[in-house]
Write a protein that binds this ligand. Sequence first.
Ligand code: ZN
Length: 684
Amino acid sequence: MRNLWSDKDARDAQKKYAAHGANADLALRTYTTRLLGGEPRLVQHGGGNTSVKTTITDRIGNDIAVLCVKGSGWDMGTIEPAGLPAVRLQALLDLADLDALSDEDMVNIQRANLIDSASPTPSVETLLHAFIPHKFIDHTHANAVLSLCDRPGGLRLCREIYGDRAPVVPYVMPGFALAKKAKEVFDANPNCQGLILHKHGIFTFGRTAREAYDRMIDMVGMAERHLRKSAGKRPAPARLPKQISAAKEIAPILRGLSAAPLDRNEGRWSHVILDHRSGGRILDYVNGRALARYSQQGPVTPDHVIRTKPRPLILPAPQAGRLDVFAAAARKAVDDYQAAYRAYFERHNAQVTPKKKPLDAMPRVILVQGVGLFGLGATAKDAGIVADIAETCASVVLDVEASGRFESISERDQFDMEYWSLEQAKLGKRVDKALQGQVAVITGGAGTIGAATAAAFKREGAEVVLLDHDERAVRAAAQKLGALGVPCDVTKRQSVDAAFDAVTQAYGGIDILVSNAGAAWTGRIGEVDDATLRKSFELNFFGAQNVAQAAVGIIRAQGTGGTLLFNVSKQAVNPGPNFGPYGLPKAAALALMRQYAVDYGADGITSNAVNADRIRSGLLTAEMVKSRSGARGVSERDYMAGNLLGREVRAEDVADAFVSLALARKTTGAVLTVDGGNIAAAMR
Ligand code: ZN
């Protein structure tokens, strides 16, 4: 573990944070908290916490001793002084005399003593920080320390390595009881520089931010040096089939099985996003012969349990060419997992008061032998966090198994942590959006309508993928939107397959396709050359067919229905002069939409079209008309001409139409017109 302290950076941090009203203590506290938080082998996603005891002056001019401690919801790697709210220290110290304190009272007292009432709630480990008298306190869930602790005999091993420098606190659930226990151990060893929390993590202290940080890096280094003796030893591998299916082939199956039906008649599901990992040592971990033992013990540090649940789901290696066998085995495994989770809940809930409400029984982590691990989440961000934590878990467990046997906290302790109200509060109250957990792929994604449509689907909570033949443009458009951009020539089957593989690799599947790529060619139909007409068919018809076919394959593997949307044109129903080369393939695309509605309705797949016309800076920009028009020119005025409502139609209006069709689960084979009113183009 490298020590990243820099005098210059520390000085710069003081200057920078002073501008935000932070004193030198808080500025340096923020600086080293970020150093710790930037190292994933020390802390992961909201884990760990730090504090400093300092003095502030209130509005009256009184000096107040406060504890500035990490607030809930802040990540150490990106923390700002505002993420370390100040709490009156004396009010916290007074609590040390109590024998017991309920979580509700603890949180209330901490909040009631905040200097700024708008601050985030102080960390669940605030009292531990208050009870240890040192000025600067750092706490991490360092992988190396966990690898020492999380084994039978771990307590003894830590005592051997750290001695009096960092005595070991036996496992107690975080909160008031742990704070008291830690104080007891500290008081018995007042010269110690840190504490090892058995099966949880490590605390280090110092008079300065640098001293506490130096000690953290140093003591984690001691654990790393011990582990190095057995480094590189891999677990005995299980016997796997010679040919194994790829992650992209099994991801849609797993994604479908992990979606919970909300209302089958309404076609509503609680969808999840899958984040696949197979790098580093993950394959060593999932391919281990003893996977069923070491992966089912529990988390490597207690607070991971709220993200990953106590246990991952294990699936056998999918033999290539036998996806049906894998799908059947996976379905049974998911059912068994849920039954086991419910039994676990009942087993422990019977012993607690007040009674808890069960959380959903779906796995958060799926381990597939030969393929890797999948993190599951309601959003891509959540799935990524789960996958990161699962990766950390694999790494810690492998380090333990190289010289011992992995052991977690007891199942009852796991339950208490998973169902601890203060832990659940960390996940926040999520407002479910209409398309949350769904993946929407939009072709022609770099254009005006594509970008507007992407923004509209993102607003509804979908993960959005933009496809476009212009690689630079699609990456730029995606970056602007916080979407995924994938280059794709929809006229080439290979390019389409590669793009959909990328989507499946990134999110696990697809639910919504917006086939929007298109371009206009013109020419009088009796005179137009064959090549022009065929080129237009390639893009405006076969392009739509290529992506629809690819999407349907994935959607059917998921088995949770889906949505196909096509951008057709008024040309499909109301041909304009000289627009045959454009209108004919668009008319075929309209028929294509209906054919998908007919052939895949039974799969829960809706297929609809938006008939957009006269869009300002839309599909047919003046520039395109200029470059693509045939002998007879078409002026921009033709597209901007008045409509029945006399209102300007924008790309955003088309986007809204796509979204409303995606939400309409009982509409299929329909065309929604977005043109401000053009009776000649009305469907009949
Ligand atoms: Zn902790």
